[in-house]
Design a binder for this molecule. Structure first.
Ligand code: ACO
Length: 378
């Protein structure tokens, strides 16, 4: 018996009750545990926000210090994982490298005790701590270089940029990157989060949960539009070419990358914050041609498509910011994963608290009582 109509992609079908995040598309609201994203972006940092998402409330000072301390001292990855990563093909996509390495953590930390709060805590700490190290390590190892060891004296975001670019980032770059992580940490139940929840519902280990979410995020319909935004800005090439390019593309009925959203019908609140960050970053370095093209394009798209609810989304400015921070284009989605681990872990914990294994139904569209035809008669 089915209780409701079949909807492709389960569109608008609630798959869970959740108190982790809230999105409202007409006003452009995003809240984590009820706190507006603007507040968190300006007053919190990624690790505190991760704590909020995962444990449901803001930490007291000593709780935050203990959490940061634990993450700081779990950043290293085992030499056997590094050795395994050295064998990955240099042409492999960093998301595949990350999915494999995240799953491999389950081989090394195999004790599964989902009813033990200490086990949950250790898994949360390990995943938040080690995923950035694995992303940065693959960037260097695929070129045959040794990975840069994490530095215990650097905060979370500064340490990632340090491991990636082999030099300490300037404070503004590290702070902007930290805000980017906060903005991408959680966004209700999308494909990768749902994937994490389904995997979690079988009571498997948390490394398998995160590996399946990474595999889901890797698809072009989920992560990755910011790479295409950069390619588009390069194709436009100059501020003067923005409007002719836009006209031509719209005439060909092609989408403008970095615009439109299934939920937001106004400018994505994360895009507003990212634009301010991009402005600061490019101001500091004396301007950027592609940032100017982006600003002009946003204005032109707003004039053309704004009345249809199509505005800049989170991906529009993030690629420009990431490139400026020295992040290679094919690492944009792994960076998204570094941030979203916080949200996936929050949903893993929430799922465990009320677990019932996901087992939806289907509408059968095949035949019945079909005859078996011997192979020589087919
Ligand atoms: N440029 C031009 N037209 C657009 C755009 C766009 N970026 N987005 C939507 N439209 C138009 C469509 O052509 C369609 O027009 P029609 O009714 O005349 O056929 C109408 O708006 C509805 O489009 P849908 O794709 O059905 O809208 P939906 O809400 O399902 O899509 C989506 C949202 C997939 C994000 C879409 O806007 C899009 O493809 N944008 C470009 C890619 C992009 O930036 N993706 C990142 C999204 S953010 C994230 O995933 C983190």
């Amino acid at each position: 018996m089915t209780l409701c109509e079949y909807k492709p992609g389960l569109e608008n079908i609630p798959a869970a009750q959740s108190s982790i995040s809230y999105v409202e598309g007409k006003e452009g609201t995003l809240e984590y545990r009820g706190i507006p994203i603007e507040e968190l972006a300006s007053k919190s940092n990624f690790i505190e926000t991760a704590y909020l998402l995962i444990w449901g409330e803001l930490p007291r000072k000593e709780e935050l210090e203990a959490f940061e301390h634990e993450i700081r001292f779990h950043r290293r990855i085992k030499y056997r994982i590094r050795d395994m990563m050295k064998c990955f093909p240099e042409t492999g996509h960093p998301m595949d490298a990350l999915q494999t390495s995240a799953a491999a953590l389950g081989l090394f930390y195999s004790r599964r005790a989902l009813d033990n709060p200490q086990y949950i805590r250790e898994a949360v700490v390990r995943l938040l701590a080690k995923i950035p190290t694995m992303v940065a390590a693959f960037k260097l190892m695929r070129r045959g270089h040794d990975p840069v060891q994490p530095r215990d004296d650097l905060p979370y975001s500064a340490n990632f940029l340090y491991m990636l670019n082999e030099r300490e980032p300037d404070p503004l770059a590290a702070q902007i990157f930290d805000v980017c992580l906060t903005l991408h940490a959680e966004h209700t139940i999308n494909a990768s989060t749902f994937s994490a929840m389904v995997t979690a519902s079988t009571l498997t280990d948390p490394y398998a949960v995160i590996a399946s979410a990474v595999g889901t995020l890797a698809g072009p319909l989920h992560g990755g539009a910011n790479e295409e935004v950069l390619a588009m800005l390069e194709e436009i090439g100059s501020v003067e070419n923005v409007r002719p390019y836009l006209e031509e593309r719209l005439q060909r009925k092609e989408k403008i990358m970095g615009f439109g959203h299934r939920v937001y019908k106004v400018k994505d609140p994360r895009a507003k914050i990212l634009q301010q960050l991009a402005e600061q970053l490019f101001e500091q370095s004396g301007g950027d041609k592609y940032y100017e093209i982006a600003v002009e394009l946003e204005q032109a798209v707003e004039e053309k498509l704004g009345q249809r609810g199509i505005y800049a989304n989170v991906d529009f400015y993030s690629g420009l910011v990431y490139r400026k921070l020295g992040i290679p284009t094919d690492l944009f989605t792994p960076v998204f994963a570094i941030a979203r681990v916080a949200g996936w872990l929050a949903h893993w914990k929430e799922q465990l608290a009320v677990n019932r294994i996901f087992r939806p139904t289907q509408e059968y569209t095949g035949t019945h009582n079909a005859s078996y035809i011997p192979i020589e008669e087919r």
